[in-house]
Design a protein. Structure first.
Length: 344
């Protein structure tokens, strides 16, 4: 694709998210969400494969439906309250906006489109959908969380965490596993936003760093668990870093991914919600199982020899330059917990 077109699409993608994040008007938020959807569609359909076309169609229909629900919620809110501002919301508006945001995030119970879309795109596009595309809906949730029903949000967050853990157990495709991982993490985020929004910001930043550190090395390998181990002869270091990033994504101490879950559990216990904290912990164990299985197959088993050359790892690899700092951040930020908690 022409570099000018790519730069235009990326600029539109950045601008649309910033518009939604800075808006205080329902129409402006809706405009940013629509521009965000239209900017990512060419990146999804770029491989010119039937699976990519299917993923593009599903993504467009789901996102357009969610944006229409948000526009309808804004119109109903203006009709009932006389205000277009996001912070002045009526009860029915909040319910419709919550459903629309859950649909955009791919959280339970409206999650079925998300694994299918991620399975039909490239790894880099899947990374973009799993990280950057979450910012605009989460900002709307962040803005309206004081008016939303906290019991409903807690139940939706718990349901997302449980479904993300259970449904990921039986998967063999790498992108589908990462999709259910994202659903589980959205559950943690939705649960946290009802208790302490500042921890939600820290959770989202940590999730984006660890997910990026996991996706970048996997982008150069095959699409299934069993064939990912063939990356070992090409780059043992990259595959080892991938294993550590996977364990960090699962929330194992002393890695970075443990930090937000630790703080979230502390906030839940402070809010006297031990049952929800226990259920979230059990759902995290389910997610940790398929992270560990992926790490076991990739690093702790002997892959088939793909070349007769003993020193294939000496050859130049196609890893991006920012893979190393992302892996470092996904591994070693736990000692900075106090600083990051204070800053966010």
């Amino acid at each position: 694709m022409n570099p000018l077109i790519w730069s235009t699409l990326l600029t539109s993608l950045l601008a649309s998210t910033i518009i939604t994040m800075s808006s205080n008007h329902w129409l402006l938020a809706w405009f940013g969400l629509e521009l965000n959807t239209l900017s990512i569609l060419p990146a999804i359909i770029k491989p010119h494969h039937p699976r990519a076309t299917e993923a593009t169609t599903k993504y467009f229909l789901v996102q357009a439906t969610a944006a229409t629900m948000i526009l309808l919620a804004g119109i109903m809110n203006a009709w009932q309250t006389g205000h277009w501002t996001i912070t002045h919301t009526a009860p029915l508006t909040t319910l419709m906006a919550t459903v629309a945001i859950m649909l955009k995030l791919g959280a339970a119970p409206t999650y079925m489109w998300y694994p299918h879309v991620l399975q039909g795109v490239t790894m880099n596009t899947a990374l973009l959908i799993s990280t950057w595309q979450k910012l605009a809906p989460l900002t709307l949730l962040y803005t309206t969380h004081n008016h939303l029903d906290h019991t409903t949000l807690l139940l939706l967050g718990l349901l997302s965490a449980l479904i993300g853990g259970w449904a990921g157990l039986n998967q063999t495709q790498t992108r589908t596993i990462m999709a259910f991982s994202s659903i589980a993490h959205m559950g943690w985020l939705i649960t946290t936003i009802t208790i302490n929004p500042s921890v939600t910001t820290l959770m989202m930043l940590t999730y984006m760093v660890t997910t990026t550190a996991t996706f970048l090395p996997l982008a150069t390998t095959s699409n299934t668990i069993t064939t990912t181990g063939t990356m070992w002869p090409a780059s043992p270091t990259a595959l080892t870093a991938t294993m550590i990033a996977l364990l960090s994504l699962g929330g194992l101490p002393p890695l970075t991914g443990f930090m937000p879950k630790w703080l979230i559990l502390k906030e839940l216990m402070t809010a006297e919600l031990p049952m929800i904290a226990a259920l979230l912990l059990m759902s995290s164990l389910l997610s940790l199982f398929f992270y560990t299985r992926l790490a076991y197959v990739t690093v702790l088993t002997t892959p088939p020899v793909t070349t007769n050359t003993e020193h294939k790892w000496r050859l130049k690899t196609d890893q991006l330059k920012h893979t190393a700092p992302m892996t470092t951040a996904a591994t070693m930020l736990l000692p900075m917990t106090t600083t990051l908690y204070a800053v966010t």
